[in-house]
Design a protein around this ligand. Structure first.
Ligand code: NAD
Length: 256
């Protein structure tokens, strides 16, 4: 029987690349995200790889919706082996102008939803004596950049939570790890290029060259494929002893 994976925010960007790779490897997939064509995306990927799929557009701002998403997954698939906490948002602004509502939403989606989803999945994973929780943090979970107070705080928080869940999950073969990408060219980053250009008073081309890739030793965006490959490795049965750690896929940014 196929294993089941739920990937939050899997109808766009990094999450979609991860979902496609898991489908290719024969996992059944619970797709999730706010994109209006989410159900179609899920159906297409399922048909291509001959795996079972479902789709949810639960809004992760609310704890009850996160809990509902996990319950829905277990009802539809009967099991939940791999949880990839990937959904995330960004807002770039100097702190004195940072809207409180944006701060609260970033912390709710990027960090609090990781807690609520993992908590809701815990009992199922414990009963299965198998669970793999993969949190998509960021190089900004390891390093700071100006104008990203909410995002950097939330992503650092996720790395702390990852360590705690690894310790609590160890007796039950539940592992928890974080992946920390550098810049990946997705819709989230396309939006940031515009915001950063405004915040730094620069052209969009200069933002890519002088702000974003400046901190990466390898001067290229991180390909989504690399992140998906890492997620597949972490999800393996044989990866039991890989837990509580953060994998920087950041072109050497955090080596400095
Ligand atoms: P993206 O904007 O392409 O996708 C984000 C996904 O999250 C979408 O499916 C969206 O619908 C979903 N989402 C957003 N708000 C939601 C909400 N309230 N409820 C439910 N779903 C919601 O972004 P991406 O670049 O693929 O980012 C994915 C993850 O990777 C994020 O956690 C991001 O912080 C992290 N990350 C991205 C980069 C990068 O350079 N793109 C770098 C490091 C880390």
């Amino acid at each position: 029987m196929n294993k089941t994976v739920l990937i939050t925010g899997s109808t766009s960007g990094i999450g979609l690349a991860i979902a496609k790779k898991f489908a290719k490897k024969g996992y059944d997939i619970m797709f999730h995200g706010l994109e209006t064509n989410g159900a179609e995306i899920a159906k297409k990927v399922g048909a291509k790889h001959n795996v079972k799929v479902a789709f949810s557009n639960a809004n992760l701002l609310k704890s009850e919706a996160v809990e509902g998403l996990i319950a829905d997954t277990i009802t539809k698939f009967g099991e939940l082996h791999v949880l990839v906490n990937n959904a995330g948002i960004q807002h770039v602004s100097p702190i004195e102008d940072f809207p409180n509502a944006k701060y609260e939403n970033i912390v709710a989606i990027n960090m609090n939803a990781v807690f609520y989803a993992s908590k809701a999945a815990w009992n199922q994973m414990k009963q299965q004596k198998f669970g793999r929780i993969i949190n998509i943090s960021s190089v900004h979970g390891l390093r700071a950049s100006e104008f990203k107070s909410a995002y950097v705080a939330a992503k650092h928080g996720v790395i702390g939570m990852t360590k705690v869940l690894a310790l609590e999950g160890a007796p039950y073969n539940i592992t928890c790890n974080a992946i920390c990408p550098g810049y990946v060219k997705t819709p989230l980053v396309e939006g940031q290029i515009k915001d950063q250009a405004k915040a730094h008073n620069m052209t969009e081309e200069d933002v890519v060259e002088k702000v974003m890739l400046k901190k990466q030793a390898v001067k290229q965006f991180v390909p989504v494929k690399v992140i998906a490959d890492m997620a597949i490795l972490l999800a393996k049965e044989s990866s039991t002893t890989i837990t509580g750690t953060s994998f920087a896929l950041d072109g050497g940014w955090s080596a400095q």
